[in-house]
Write a protein that binds this ligand. Structure first.
Ligand SMILES: NC(=O)c1ccc[n+]([C@@H]2O[C@H](COP(=O)([O-])OP(=O)(O)OC[C@H]3O[C@@H](n4cnc5c(N)ncnc54)[C@H](O)[C@@H]3O)[C@@H](O)[C@H]2O)c1
Length: 306
């Protein structure tokens, strides 16, 4: 699968998943604008891509506001003449339970993930519509946004919002031939290597190159950033022209399609519902099998729950 002639921006691509996306897109033939808030990481990523024979330029900027988004699109156009693919991946965590979460914890996470995705995709889509040759939007969702997660009010809200934006953009951008999809990744990065159930395996992988066991790669869909990157390449390619509005899970050996929220049980009462009627109906109709919440706790290779 090749992306020759295509130009991509990848936010937060100085390390982790973003770096894997940038390297894979470049290896497939795309010219890439590498972005990160960390200038050293940005420069190192460009160097690595160039040394591997790819084309890349650096644009160090803090994703969130419109100026950074416009600078990224301008950099793509100045350096490579156009923009075909916007991958919004930059992210931070500020985990705390609700009652301890500060305004700053909330705003920081929402600004980078949700606002950063909105501003970067808006700037990219304006350019893609001008070019008139379609385009690709690939955003970063998370299992936390799909299911909720303990200690992640800010992050789950931002990621659920990103999934909602993708569904909306699939409708709005269809006529212009621009697709919008969310990758729902799971991979060993700075963000996840401290999860207790995964930590010893990630350490063994990093220190000794010990491959992650099947129980993680298949059971948990947990692997390396390089396991996730092929999905970004596929979604950026002509082969994915018909795919839009999807939340696609990938990690380790696993590829998955996430369902979208929809009514799972309905009941009707002539003339509408009273509180008493809801209370009576709940256990025997719509409330009979309530939805579950949260990401299921990982199991280690030994089968123990976290
Ligand atoms: N690793 C996983 O298992 C996992 C799971 C679900 C979702 N994600 C999502 O994937 C994306 C990448 O995560 P990761 O695990 O590679 O994390 P990471 O921490 O390894 O990398 C994130 C990168 O984004 C950069 N960054 C942070 N704020 C930025 C900003 N404002 N502007 C530009 N760059 C910024 C960081 O400097 C870093 O290089 C995130 O959106 C994350 O929420 C990751």
């Amino acid at each position: 699968m090749h992306l020759n002639g295509k130009v991509a921006v990848v936010t937060g691509s100085g390390r982790g998943l973003g770096l894997a996306y940038a390297k894979a897109l470049a290896a497939a033939g795309a010219a890439v604008v590498v972005n990160d808030v960390d200038a050293e990481a940005t420069a190192a990523a460009v160097k690595e891509i160039e040394e591997a024979g790819g084309r890349a330029v650096a644009e160090t900027a803090e994703v969130g506001g419109s100026e950074a988004a416009e600078a990224l699109v301008a950099r793509a156009v100045d350096a490579f003449g156009r923009l075909d693919v916007m991958v919004t991946n930059a992210g931070v965590l500020r985990d705390r339970v609700l009652w301890k979460m500060t305004d700053d914890d909330f705003d920081t996470v929402v600004r980078v993930h949700l606002r950063g995705t909105f501003t970067c995709v808006r700037a990219a889509v304006r350019r893609m519509r001008e070019q008139g040759r379609g385009g690709r939007v690939v955003v970063a969702g998370s299992p936390a946004g799909q299911r909720g997660n303990f200690g992640q009010t800010n992050y789950a809200a931002a990621k659920a919002g990103i999934a909602a934006m993708v569904r909306t953009w699939a409708m709005e951008l269809a006529r212009d031939g621009i697709t919008a999809n969310a990758v729902i990744p799971v991979a060993a990065t700075a963000m996840t290597r401290t999860v207790p159930a995964f930590a010893p395996y990630v350490e063994a992988l990093e220190r000794h190159g010990t491959p992650l066991p099947d129980a993680l790669r298949k059971g948990e869909g947990f692997g390396t950033p390089e396991d996730v990157a092929p999905l970004a390449v596929f979604l950026a390619s002509d082969a994915a022209a018909g795919i839009t509005g999807q939340c696609i899970g990938i990690g380790g050996d696993k590829l998955a399609l996430w369902s979208h929220p929809q009514e799972s049980a309905v009941a009707y009462a002539d003339g509408g519902w009273s509180a008493e009627a809801i209370a009576a109906a709940w256990p025997v109709s719509v409330g009979r099998a309530p939805e579950t919440c949260g990401i299921p706790a990982p199991r280690t290779a030994r089968g123990a729950s976290r």
